[in-house]
Design a protein around this ligand. Structure first.
Ligand SMILES: Cc1cc2nc3c(=O)[nH]c(=O)nc-3n(C[C@H](O)[C@H](O)[C@H](O)COP(=O)(O)OP(=O)(O)OC[C@H]3O[C@@H](n4cnc5c(N)ncnc54)[C@H](O)[C@@H]3O)c2cc1C
Length: 395
């Protein structure tokens, strides 16, 4: 947003201040590849300051609290910033402490996450020497960011164990609270077939109540038990703690947001973007990118005193790495499920929707370059912010 707004706002009237607690920025989609030695820590981290436009004030500090009634943001060192408009992009993170027993004895011994760089690196070190056994991937509860990442993880694990020559010594089980492999029915059926084809057991509708790490078992609220030798967990995802401290969020610290305009439901001069919203769209970088285009327009409308346009349609676009050098692509929004077809050029591609192709894999691998060089800099992509039905079949 800073990269989009800085060039167009009149510098005599506007001052942009960016506050983040972290000097570095993470390419989170890259965390998926670290456990399998495809990327390392350096591949997914860059200095945040390299990506800000000139003329903006950058403050690296935790935010203690937002005081939206007073239009103020208080930093952890006590400094208070005043604002006319606030854009909140505080993201979401994992909270293993929300599940009883998850962080007991087994944490980072035979229980790992890959949603943090530390977790992904620790899992990589574990997998390097693992001789095999039963690997359970468990999603604790929805929503999670990048809801396809857990599927990608088991697809890649199937490939990686095959490469290591130990696939016959590894049992893989995918345990999810959802009724199937994914959130949307058509894609869920399609992706479920891949689990079956790869010999990965799917256990749906399993809501973890606690982890018994002394006996290597996950136990559901209705007392069902699944044993594991290696547990890869996607813990509860929640919005930032500062949202709770500011009393601005729901039970999971996600901020009530207008689904079309991206304005906060409670404060007219506050906008929300990315994982921090409570919207039913996927929590994904692609979604944040499409939201940014709509928010840019609405922000300029707001400061000109115009009515906001409810144009955000929940558009998400996700490459799903499926292993063995192939990938799947899905494109959907609030109302339209992922459908087959070609993307981004209707009938031409080069990417194929809801199909497994080598080209889709290359799209996924190219995405890191696109992320660092185009997305963070606020550049346009040849993809519409709103989902396009052209090129999609079955509608
Ligand atoms: C394993 C994995 C794979 C993924 N794969 C994909 C993919 O293939 N495609 C895709 O589109 N998306 C993917 N995602 C999701 C994507 O990374 C996120 O949706 C995206 O980064 C969200 O951006 P954001 O700006 O909302 O939040 P973030 O990028 O998380 O940024 C939030 C920022 O807020 C700062 N912050 C929070 N609280 C405070 C505070 N109190 N004070 C100061 N600063 C604060 C943080 O330091 C952080 O810099 C993946 C995520 C993971 C974990």
């Amino acid at each position: 947003m800073a990269n989009k707004l800085a060039p167009v706002l009149d510098k005599r009237e506007w001052q942009i201040t960016i506050v983040d607690q972290n000097e570095v920025h993470y390419y989170q989609p890259g965390f998926l590849f670290i456990p399998f030695g495809i990327y390392n820590r350096e591949d997914v981290i860059k200095p945040r300051r390299d990506y800000f436009p000139s003329g903006v004030e950058v403050i690296i500090s935790p935010i203690e609290v937002i005081l939206p009634e007073n239009n103020k943001v208080k930093l952890s060192n006590g400094k208070i910033l005043s604002y006319d408009y606030l854009i909140i992009a505080t993201g979401s993170g994992i909270h293993p402490e929300e599940t009883e027993g998850l962080q007991n004895g087994g944490w980072q011994q035979n229980i790992f996450d890959f949603y943090t760089v530390e977790g992904a690196v620790a899992l990589s070190n574990f997998l390097k020497y693992w001789k095999g056994g039963k690997m359970v991937l468990n999603i604790v509860e929805m929503p999670i960011k990048c809801p396809v990442a857990p599927l990608e993880f088991v697809f890649l694990a199937d490939w990686w164990f095959t490469e290591q020559g130990i696939r016959d010594k590894v049992e893989i089980e995918y345990v999810t609270p959802l009724p199937g492999a994914f959130t949307k029915p058509i894609a869920s059926k399609f992706l479920g077939q891949f689990l079956e084809k790869k010999g990965i057991k799917l256990t749906p509708e399993f809501s973890v109540g606690k982890v018994d790490s002394a006996n290597n078992k996950i136990i559901s609220w209705d007392e069902k038990e699944i044993s594991y030798d290696l547990l890869v967990t996607i813990p509860t995802n929640m919005g930032s703690d500062v949202i709770a401290r500011s009393d601005m969020g729901d039970d999971l610290n996600f901020i009530p947001t207008n689904p079309g305009t991206l304005q906060s439901k409670n404060y007219e001069n506050v906008f929300v973007i990315g994982d921090a919203t409570d919207l039913p769209s996927s929590k994904a970088g692609s979604v944040a990118h499409f939201e940014a285009e709509i928010l840019f327009e609405n922000f300029l409308r707001a400061i000109d005193g115009r009515e906001l346009h409810p144009k955000f349609d929940g558009h998400a676009n996700c490459f799903i790495e499926s292993g063995f050098g192939k990938g799947i692509l899905i494109d959907f929004n609030y109302d339209v499920e992922p459908l087959p077809g070609k993307f981004p050029l209707p009938g031409v591609g080069p990417f194929s929707l809801l199909q497994e192709t080598k080209m889709n894999h290359w799209g996924k691998m190219m995405f890191r370059w696109v992320y660092w060089n185009l997305l963070l800099k606020g550049s346009e992509l040849p993809i519409e912010a709103q989902m396009n039905m052209a090129g999609k079949k079955g509608y």
